[in-house]
Ligand binder design. Sequence first.
Ligand code: FPP
Length: 236
Amino acid sequence: MSDLVNIPQHIAIVMDGNGRWASKRLLPHNAGHRAGAQNLRTLSEAVEKLGVAHLTVYALSTENWSRPEKEVQGLIKLMHEYFQQYIDDSKKNNMRMSFIGDISRFEPDLQQKIETLRTLTRNKTGLHVTLAINYGGRDELVRAARKLAQDAANGTVDPAHINEEALVRRLDGFPTPYPDLLIRTGGEKRISNFLLWQLAYAEMYFSDVLFPDFGVKDLQAALDWYGGRSRRFGGR
Ligand code: FPP
């Protein structure tokens, strides 16, 4: 598909623009999320073929609960359907599925599906897809700080020796390497509380294309752009 030599090991995507995609077609907001979820399946296959090892996508943020009840319920229903499909596909599919975010907020049967998917795909060797659900970067850091405080209180961690590694080990996605490339679709140019710690040195690519329309050609354009970046990680 590509003659790129500099392929990111880990791509993160803020899948924005589903609502506008639906409005343009006079459809309800959830039709946009549904089209987005379908597009995620297509993009995952393309990403895997390109040789990328990890893909992390923002599917539901800690802030999204404040959206209209109907939209939130629609997103949860979509997760039920898609997780079931991913479970059914796991026999023939080689994808590994992980989750970041505070899963405990979801109803038990959705939590059960998440656990099943995690367990069924644990030893898969294909693309590693991480879904961020009820995820917020600040919330993740607060939960990691809480775990550290608990470990300090019970004596397993010496506060004098708390360093970056001690915190990182308590982040949700540990030990997945940090994203090399963040793609945000839908025209906005911000992080929106996504992977605040992990994106410290990521290259950022912003596209005006609405997520359901963000196809393999758009992905290719992002990777071409990434291929031309020189990453210095704060050095010279
Ligand atoms: C932002 O678009 C997108 C979301 C809040 C949710 C993204 C979710 C999906 C693509 C579905 C993933 C589902 C599964 C099952 C993995 P927006 O609604 O804010 O768009 P707008 O800015 O145009 O209104």
